[in-house]
Design a protein around this ligand. Sequence first.
Ligand SMILES: [Zn+2]
Length: 319
Amino acid sequence: MDKDYVIGIDLGGTKINSVLSDFNGNIISQCTIYTEASKGKDHVLNRIMMTIDNVLKSGNKTIENIRSIGIGSPGPLDSRNGVIITTPNLPFSNFNIVQPIKSKYNVPTYLDNDANVAALGELLFGAGKGTRNMIYVTVSTGIGGGAIINGSLYRGNTFNALEIGHTTVDPNGPRCNCGNYGCAEVMASGTAIARQGKEAVQKGENTALAKYENITSYEVFKEAKNGDKVSIDIINKSLNYLGICIANIVSSFDPEMIVVGGGVTKAGEIVFTKMREVVNQRCFKVMAEACKIVPAALGTDAGVMGSIALALIEEGIEL
Ligand SMILES: [Zn+2]
């Protein structure tokens, strides 16, 4: 029987989203269920297997049709051995998630962190199509990334490459969750923008943000657009730090493209204009001019499309 299909699994703290796809990324069937993370690791593993069985059934295929399975998960993880080391929203600690799936289905199964997986998705199916040197950056509650070098994913020595959210952009900045000070993540993520908005209100600054019960980066962007000076200042500062982070990527990798996704990019043009400005300011002209900085194309599908891409690329299947 021809093994002409792959299964992609986007494992999240809230939902498991699995798809059955052909080699061109056309989705044949899909299954999304709650992770039910609080019920423990074996329960979640069973839920994942349930989605595999479900997409096979609703796609009218059997496991004999499946070439490989790709899983995207929050990290940190040991992708070589299929082990999720730890993750805040899932009940796994040094848990080998690949082995039980491999032994049950007897199909090659691959695991990688969600930023790497999204990078592969953008490379095969999204904004990075046709590029050979591309960096993917996600800016949402955290900041992460994945690097495509010479057409393949660069994982690094301990498989943790592109932890760009934890590169220092201000040595005098506040402490980050990782223990370091002034990381890009603590200066420029959606969480960082929201935190500065809340701090401004607590300090009693004269700002339109005071009217909100809950301030997220969305409110800060919104009030900045409306002309609120405090919000404008927060956005300018944060996007400048994000720009520094992106400029460091340009100077390190000389990529042809940087694809930027994640919730913060929903604020649109202002984010991209500022990143471009800082890159032009801080990088060698020849690299800055040659590097495109573009929005991610896959949006909320980045997880599943990326896990399909992982399943395909690890098997050496090129589109
Ligand atoms: Zn950090």
